[in-house]
Design a protein around this ligand. Structure first.
Ligand code: ARG
Length: 385
């Protein structure tokens, strides 16, 4: 598969003379430098114990896999490029990942898998905490090697910023012992009540064989990190994160989401004292109590406009509408068509930057998923003293 020459490098022209500095403690401080993902080469991945795609109406019934349709990839890339350009015009530095041939078969000494996935969404793979960028373990075999798309960029950040800490969580082995092999044979046939019971007990597809987490299951609030136990993050993953960040409080959380996967459409920090919550997915009592005790306002998001029409080949819910990206405490990028949530945020005092982004949904993300903060102003604060 040919990757366009322009995409073989991650580098983009910086619009500011500001020296490279990795620093970000939350998602709302003024943004200076970010990654924006690429749709290039994304594939509907081959089935594995952790994930099975089944799009019979869109040409990919269960068991089949292969590149996303070309016109969909082109349209998603156009929206991603325009988003990156808009940020640059605001003086924000934007870097991009370097795609690989995601159709290739991948191997470790323990297993072989018939495809990779893509380099969207970057938020799943990397998390910045202060001056550290941490590579997540990931828990799909199809995403095991995805960190390689970010290595050219990480290497150069490491060279340019003498204070950057570059860390990678232990690469998991992902043998059969890491999964309940038959989980997807029955899970979707259970009643909602039974599914939610499993979610609350965190008895899902992953075993506790080894620490596993995706970076997008973590929400950053300065000294506090909230880690969602999900289809891709297990208790040992949370435990590893707590031991890795001994100076931070690392909380394990769940919500009433039958298919928990990445926290950034469920529990969305907007600014100090205000978090947006997807009402259908009730947060566990402990989490709610923690925020209320500290006088945070928890606002329930209005129903997304996209409720009725999900794009083809999409594995995300309409709540992607809540997957928004702050430029600072007062300014938020929201998908252009999501006017109801935009209105809600305006009434809370935010300036809205509408961004056309619908075509990116089938590639796994909204505006927040598609980015990773490299630098925001501000330091580590304790918002829950
Ligand atoms: N699984 C979420 C939903 O469908 C979407 C979250 C995507 N976030 C991400 N970082 N990939 O509601």
């Amino acid at each position: 598969m040919g990757i366009p020459a322009a995409e073989r490098t991650f580098t983009t022209v910086s619009t500011t003379e500001h020296p490279t500095r990795v620093n970000s403690w939350n998602g709302w401080d003024p943004l200076r430098h970010t990654i924006v993902g690429r749709a290039t080469g994304t594939v509907v991945q081959a089935p594995e114990a952790a994930v099975r795609r089944d799009f019979p109406e869109d040409g990919f019934p269960l068991g089949t896999y292969g590149p996303m349709p070309e016109e969909m990839t082109a349209e998603a890339n156009e929206q991603l490029d325009n988003f990156a350009e808009m940020l640059r015009r605001r003086g924000i530095r934007v870097d991009r990942p370097t795609p690989l041939d995601f159709t290739q078969q991948v191997h470790t000494p323990d297993w072989t898998h018939d495809s990779m996935f893509g380099c969207m969404p970057p938020r799943d793979v990397l998390i910045t905490v202060g001056s550290e960028i941490l590579e997540a373990t990931m828990s799909y075999r199809s995403r095991w090697f995805e960190y390689l798309c970010y290595r050219p960029l990480l290497q150069s950040l490491f060279e340019d910023d003498p204070a950057m800490r570059w860390e990678a969580a232990p690469k998991p082995r992902l043998t059969d012992a890491s999964y309940h092999e038959d989980f997807w044979d029955y899970y979707n046939t259970l009643s909602t009540e039974d599914q939610l019971d499993r979610v609350a007990r965190h008895d899902l597809v992953l075993t506790e064989e080894e620490p596993l987490f995706d970076a997008a299951d973590i929400a950053r609030f300065g000294k506090d990190l909230f880690v969602q136990l999900s289809l891709v993050t297990n208790r040992k993953g949370h435990d590893w994160l707590q031991r890795h960040f001994p100076d931070l409080r690392v909380h394990a959380v769940t919500s009433t989401n039958t298919h928990p996967l990445h926290l950034d459409s469920t529990w969305v920090p907007l600014r100090p004292g205000l978090v947006l919550h997807c009402g259908e997915r009730l947060a566990d009592d402990e989490l709610m109590k923690y925020f209320h005790l500290n006088d945070w306002e928890v606002v329930e998001a209005v129903q997304p406009v996209s409720w009725e029409h999900l794009p083809r080949l999409s594995f995300c819910s309409p709540w992607l509408a809540a997957n928004m990206f702050n430029i600072d405490q007062n300014t938020i990028c929201v998908e252009e068509k999501e006017v109801r949530i935009a209105e809600q945020l305006s009434s809370l005092g935010f300036e809205i930057v509408p961004v056309p982004f619908r075509a990116v949904g089938p590639f796994g993300g909204g505006l927040h998923c598609s980015t990773v903060d490299i630098e925001r102003e501000g330091g580590m604060e304790d918002y829950f003293p």
